[in-house]
Write a protein that binds this ligand. Structure first.
Ligand code: GLC
Length: 420
């Protein structure tokens, strides 16, 4: 929808990129129907929605402890069940026995986020299987869409993210001009995911993996998992990528996939393949039928968070220890040491300008320069692994750029040191 080129991030986009790591929460009526799949024909009744121990504080406390900075809850998924007492449908928490129809999951979620200083985001599925007019009357559906979004963006204070899932909407025309206008009017600071007038984009898979290079400027977005069709944007836009991925094998809770919880090793791999390639990582857990995160998922998430801190939390040296000469950052430690990981961050406030860089070490014994790594984008963050090597120095050289460049941070690590 934007007609001009927009190659520099807004302050909100920069903030979003700094949040890096978030919790995706798929929860709703569907949680209570084992094996229910997207666009399932099975009829679901609000009377079955009864999360007897709903504990949003437990969700958010856990996310915080794991080092996450934002959380995105399904306010409404494809089935159309609203997790808040919407006035525009009877297919909602208000028609359930939970809290005698007086409960509001969105409210409890946002309150918990405020309590733990977590940025709240709401997933809202544009496709709605409960609205029989979705296909028949696009205008009536736009009214419903705007009405529901207005409720969500008026009654709960500041919402940081509105997450639009394209799935199911492949053939549908929405009046985006109207919808986006309302969203921006109600919440000028909100970040919109992937549709309408996006502020950040889907990475293009649900595996938690960003490609190399993963540039921040894009001229198209990938639409959904159901199509390979690209959505062309009007011009080039600053649109950081986000990787969404499941901790288990389903978005919603299931009794049958606990054994598929990803291992700490795999999660560390995904961390490096997403955040380590300049994207954000949105990791999903489905709260269970009591309304709580399952114990094993919590344990794994906390283990993951602890491993991130242990590997990257105490660098041997940072940017302050380097001297800049033209486009090269030179590091000369007083004593040589083992090195197996370098983390780089480009200062993106004026756009992304580093196009190619090279890492050369000064060898320990012969004091010779040896190039060990070449890369393209650094972007928000590049986590670079090299085989452990004894170094007397390191040179980070920007070998290709298209403007003034600056590193915002840089750190040297020996992550395998715990093993001796
Ligand atoms: C896909 C799925 C949907 C899920 C979403 C999460 O679009 O169809 O169920 O909510 O991915 O990213």
């Amino acid at each position: 929808m934007q007609s001009t080129q927009h190659l520099i991030p807004t302050a909100r986009q920069l903030a979003f990129q700094d949040w890096e790591f978030g919790l995706f929460l798929h929860f709703g009526l569907r949680t209570f129907y084992e094996g229910y799949h997207d666009f399932d024909e099975r009829k679901m009744e609000p009377s079955t929605f009864l999360p007897s121990q709903l504990d949003c504080e437990q969700w958010i406390r856990t996310a915080k402890e794991a080092g996450m900075n934002y959380a995105v809850l399904t306010a409404k998924h494809h089935d159309g069940f609203s997790n808040w007492p919407t006035r525009y449908s009877t297919f909602s928490v208000a028609g359930s026995p939970w809290k005698e129809g007086k409960g509001d999951v969105v409210r409890e979620f946002v309150d918990a986020c405020r309590k733990y200083d977590m940025k709240p985001g709401l997933y809202y599925s544009p496709f709605d299987g409960s609205a029989n007019f979705y296909n028949q009357d696009a205008k009536a559906y736009d009214d419903y869409f705007v009405n529901q979004i207005t409720e969500l963006l008026s009654a709960y204070g500041e919402i940081d993210i509105l997450w639009f899932d394209g799935c199911g909407s492949e053939e549908h025309e929405y009046d985006w001009k109207r919808i986006i206008g309302e969203i921006r009017r109600l919440q000028p600071g909100i970040l919109i995911f992937n549709m309408g007038d996006p502020d950040f984009r889907w990475v293009g898979n649900e595996d938690g993996i960003a490609p190399i290079p993963c540039w921040n400027v894009a001229d198209s977005t990938e639409f959904s998992i159901l199509t390979e069709k690209l959505e062309q944007l009007e011009g080039q836009l600053w649109l950081p990528a986000e990787c969404d991925v499941q901790l288990r094998a389903n978005w919603f809770y299931s009794d049958n996939d606990e054994h598929l919880i990803k291992s700490k090793d795999e999660l560390m791999g995904l961390y490096e393949l997403s955040i380590g390639r300049g994207a954000n990582l949105l990791l999903n857990i489905g709260p269970d039928r009591e309304g709580r995160l399952p114990a094993k998922d919590i344990a794994r998430l906390l283990e993951f968070g602890a491993e991130i801190r242990s590997q990257f939390g105490s660098p041997i040296a940072t940017l302050e220890a380097c001297v800049r000469e033209n486009d090269t950052w030179i590091y000369e430690p007083q004593e040589s040491h083992l090195l197996d990981c370098i983390i780089l961050q480009e200062d993106l406030s004026n756009g992304e300008h580093i196009r190619h860089f090279k890492i050369t070490i000064i060898s320990h014994k012969s004091k010779r320069p040896v190039t060990l790594y070449e890369g393209q984008n650094i972007g928000h963050k590049a986590i670079i692994r090299i085989p452990a090597v004894q170094v007397s120095g390191v040179h980070i050289e920007i070998t290709q750029r298209d403007g003034e460049v600056s590193l915002r941070n840089l750190s040297f690590h020996h992550t395998a040191k715990k093993g001796g």
